[in-house]
Design a protein. Structure first.
Length: 369
């Protein structure tokens, strides 16, 4: 026990001396949290739109006002022909084209379906999906209004009341910022831990510890504890930024969040230690860490919904610790759920941590024998 405490003290002293690394540990995550929190927006608004209105009637102007008032379509220019609409979309000046036929107003008055053509540049799927869904919603809403006025009914036959829970305004920061926090911790624990330990091996300081009567498990614990403390400091700073800058509500228990975060930090540290046992140089450690980071970002549900992934990729994502931690942090922060809802995620992280740390200890013992 005393030897382990001595290693922990030496590790903290080494961190204190390496001021640049210590500064990067805190500054890079903070910059990333602010940058990505503002930059990553899944709701696409203010899509540049070109209009070719051949009707020039009150009905067409009323429909255009509905498109503009939605906030998703910015009417940036008016076209004089179909070719003009095509040219503006091809050049990227507009992403959406709205075309009204000459008899639009007459069709509305006659009560027959009045066609409105909406051309969407689908080269960007996120923008096109948003534009298509919003345009259909606007058309449906306007149709309901016209039908209601014509029939003079006392109300619609169906009263569908949608109640979105947890993030009713669809604010991206509420969804993305907690996930970015998980990415930051993964980056720190995996990359910095693996590179730092390999650097010690290259400098010979690790061999100096090996000649002492310290056991491999004690050495591993001594190396892990300081980074756990750093991980919690990062979590604290990131949560403060999330609440104060992005106004992310924390609906659940902070104590539970901190306790369950320990399992995620331990799992990430286990990956870092395993990489440090496999890598021979700092460059190798960095490359292996990047190999872990990329799947964590792409396959964990951070950017893309896992339910939409192919089955084999969906099951492979279970091998990524961030997959479980995203459920934990989003569940506690946004939903306010408790520990009993997250038993499966916690158990998975615990099994992952024990497995990876055991492999790391065995591999380390094999290397020193």
């Amino acid at each position: 026990m005393n030897r382990t405490i001595s290693i922990i003290k030496k590790e903290f002293l080494q961190m204190k001396r390496d001021r640049l690394t210590l500064a990067l540990i805190f500054m890079i995550p903070l910059v990333q949290l602010l940058l990505f929190g503002y930059a990553i927006q899944t709701e696409v608004k203010h899509i540049p739109t070109v209009v070719f209105d051949q009707s020039l009637s009150g009905s067409s102007r009323d429909m255009l006002e509905a498109f503009s008032a939605s906030g998703y379509f910015d009417i940036t220019c008016a076209a004089g022909s179909y070719d003009d609409v095509t040219r503006r979309i091809d050049s990227g000046e507009a992403r959406v084209g709205i075309i009204f036929p000459p008899d639009f107003a007459r069709q509305v008055k006659r009560g027959v379906p009045a066609a409105v053509q909406v051309i969407v540049d689908a080269s960007d799927s996120m923008v096109s999906n948003q534009a298509i869904a919003t345009a259909n919603s606007i058309g449906l809403l306007k149709s309901q209004q016209v039908l209601f006025q014509k029939t003079l009914a006392g109300g619609p036959p169906y009263d569908i009341r949608v109640r979105p829970w947890y993030n009713p305004d669809g604010i991206t920061a509420y969804y993305m910022v907690p996930a970015i926090l998980g990415i930051i911790v993964t980056m720190t624990m995996v990359i910095i831990t693996s590179v730092a330990i390999v650097r010690e091996r290259e400098q010979g300081t690790l061999e100096q510890l090996l000649v002492t009567p310290v056991k491999p498990l004690e050495l591993m614990i001594g190396k892990i504890v300081p980074y756990i403390v750093l991980g919690y400091l990062q979590i604290t700073v990131a949560l403060l930024v999330a609440v104060l800058v992005f106004q992310v509500p924390i609906r659940g228990s902070l104590l539970q969040l901190y306790l369950l975060t320990l399992f995620f930090i331990t799992a990430s540290l286990g990956l870092g230690l395993m990489i440090s046992n496999l890598a021979q140089t700092q460059m190798q450690a960095f490359q292996m860490s990047f190999f872990v980071m990329l799947p964590s970002i792409l396959l964990s549900g951070f950017l893309f919904p896992r339910a939409a992934m192919p089955k084999i990729i969906f099951f492979l994502s279970y091998l990524i610790p961030l997959t479980y931690y995203l459920d934990i942090i989003r569940g506690i922060v946004l939903k306010g759920i408790g520990f009993h809802y997250l038993l499966g995620q916690v158990a998975s992280l615990l099994v992952f941590s024990v497995l990876v740390l055991s492999i790391s200890v065995l591999k380390f013992r094999k290397n020193i024998n």
